[in-house]
Design a protein around this ligand. Sequence first.
Ligand code: HCA
Ligand code: CU
Length: 369
Amino acid sequence: VNSYKIIESTLREGEQFANSFFDTETKIRIAKALDSFGVDYIELTNPCSSEQSFQDCKAISSLGLKAKILTHVRCHMGDAKRAVEAGVDGVDLVIGTSSYLREYSHGKSMEMIQKTALEVISYLQSQNVEIRFSSEDSFRSDLVDILSLYKTVDRAGVHRVGIADTVGGATPRMTYDVVRTLRGVVSCDIECHFHDDTGCSVAGATHVDTSVLGIGERNGITPLGAFMARMVVTAPEYTKSKYNLKELKALETLVADAVEINIPFNNPVTGFCAFTHKAGIHAKAILANPSTYEILDPEIFGLSRYVSINSRITGWNAVRSRAEQLGLSMTDSQVKEVTAKIKQMADIRPLAIDDTDSILRSFHLELQQ
Ligand code: HCA
Ligand code: CU
């Protein structure tokens, strides 16, 4: 993987998150922050959902952002027309293709789906907008069915076809197989949309749907931040030059505040302990060379690492480094002595950074008397 594109869906899938309510002003702030971060596409809620959804879609489409503005609509003419009226750059068409959705949702046969798809696609082409065609619940759809449908829409000239794990049940291996098979059948780009019900949402194709902090229906989808963490490792040059990774933390804070949640403690990159090192063995190696225990350099995201010495599992190398930071000079054997004191205290109660700092300071003071 050398390059890929982000379809950022915080303002579509993210609006399906249980806690989400975005007023116009908040949507615009989030859209601008996503644009500044550098996402390629911003996907918005279907303008047919409500009058305000239409107005907001229109407003964001006319902001003149660098990112292309998409809206996500059902594959039928009425929705497609409303999308074009809203002034978007592209339309993400979706229709359920699994037997579950054909039976319990829209009730259409594959033949009817194909016929409608071709009509809608030809209308959108006449309006010069970018077109993506996706099947909902792709992984529980008949593979032969969707391959033949995608082949047809590819020939009709869509820009992308999408694979959606709507219920979050796919494994990375299943994803690889389906995308590879599809790659042999279509010549357009392939987009992926993964739900996180079983914790497998970070894996992808060339176009990946994300939302900030992964917010979306139920457990949500691929989180933008986790995906960036993945891609900094998989495609470092492209990812670092293309996206303003130092803005990630502020972007997540903006969205977390808007939907009234906290950034999870163990969030990739921005969780409070993402770059905190604690065990003495780890601390020693981290101080010698951070890559020993870090796959990601926090600096890339404008963040810094933290070596904790506030526990009984700390070690004297970590303590020496903290003493140096505080400007307290000590010999190695003195550092070992004060490390023993810290461990003794930490056996009794949890220690905070100022506890250990004051142990270090008073120990150092005693040395001078
Ligand atoms: C949903 C629709 C969708 C669409 C994904 C896509 C899904 O069920 O709300 O258009 O690629 O997960 O299937 O979000
Ligand atoms: Cu979804």
